[in-house]
Design a protein around this ligand. Structure first.
Ligand code: NAP
Length: 261
């Protein structure tokens, strides 16, 4: 299926690693121009260089999105260099383990700054360009917004708010024809996920235990499967889909546990 994404400028935050990287690679394959917005320079520059060498169009913008002014600059640099912006994929985030017991209010607020503030700031600064392009937004949230995880109040508050904002922005932006949707990954083996697995005494055992509980094929979802869902939602093949929360997770979050016990 042709997703009609050729020449679309797609800003992907956290685009140098994990799920974001898979979205960037998928967008490039579709003929779009992905913009990798990332904190660490090395990985983003390397990926951009690799894609350009393979004949794709791509831009790397270094930004620490926990700073509001850097969010504004990231959008400005994109438009200055590429002349337009069509799609915003809010994806950057870090599960920083600021819990109720092992945490404190200042750390909680900092977690929201790192995980939530930039979803709003980027959408705000991108809006004039999204209006012009009749573009759309995809917010990457998490199944933990629905299930909880324990010990990570800041991250979960951000992930839950991203779902609420998806509905709120879908409503607010109806007059402009701008669609807003969310994708909720569950278990995807990325650098962030590996860090979490490594916090267990036996990471391999923990991974196998989780995989056994995933109803469809007893395996993790791949980053590419998440990217495919995101790009489909971002494309005009989803032209009447807005305010939706999609959960590509092999049935992990919703299917009855008894089916697979
Ligand atoms: P990842 O591999 O750690 O990638 C996250 C990327 O975001 C990194 O490149 C990181 O850059 C960037 N980033 C984080 N904070 C940033 C900031 N303040 N400014 C700029 N860049 C920043 O993680 P991932 O697993 O792909 O996660 C991507 C998204 O999926 C997140 O929103 C996460 O909540 C969600 N998710 C993932 C899973 C999963 O199973 N993996 C499950 C549920 C939800 P640096 O390395 O430079 O910090």
């Amino acid at each position: 299926m042709d997703l009609h994404l050729t020449n679309k400028v797609i800003v992907v935050t956290g685009g140098a690693s994990g799920i974001g990287e898979a979205i960037v690679r998928g967008a490039a394959k579709e003929g779009a121009t992905p913009v990798i917005v990332n904190r660490r320079r090395e990985r983003g520059e390397k990926l951009a260089a690799e894609l350009k060498q393979a004949g794709h169009s791509c831009l790397f913008v270094q930004a620490d999105l926990s700073e509001i002014d850097q969010c504004q600059q990231a959008i400005q640099k994109t438009v200055d260099q590429l002349g337009r912006m069509d799609i915003l994929i809010n994806n950057a985030g870090v599960n920083d383990g600021v819990g109720l017991e092992k945490g404190f209010p200042e750390a909680f607020m900092q977690s929201l700054q790192n995980n939530l503030q930039h979803y709003y700031s980027l959408a705000h600064y991108a809006l004039p360009y999204l209006k012009k392009a009749k573009g759309n937004i995809v917010n990457i949230s998490s199944k933990t917004a629905l299930t909880g995880q324990g010990g990570t109040s800041g991250y979960i508050a951000a992930k839950g708010a991203q779902l609420a904002l998806t509905r709120e922005w879908a409503a607010e932006l109806l007059p402009y024809g701008i669609r807003v949707n969310a994708v909720l990954p569950a278990e995807v083996l990325t650098p962030m996920y590996e860090t979490w697995l490594n916090s267990f005494a036996s990471p391999e055992e923990k991974k196998a235990e989780i995989e056994r509980r995933i109803p469809l094929e007893q395996r993790m979802t791949t980053a590419q499967e998440i990217a495919d869902t995101v790009l489909f939602l971002a494309s005009d093949r989803s032209s009447h889909t807005t305010g939706q929360h999609l959960i590509p997770d092999g049935g992990y979050t919703h299917l009855d546990r008894a089916i697979h016990s």
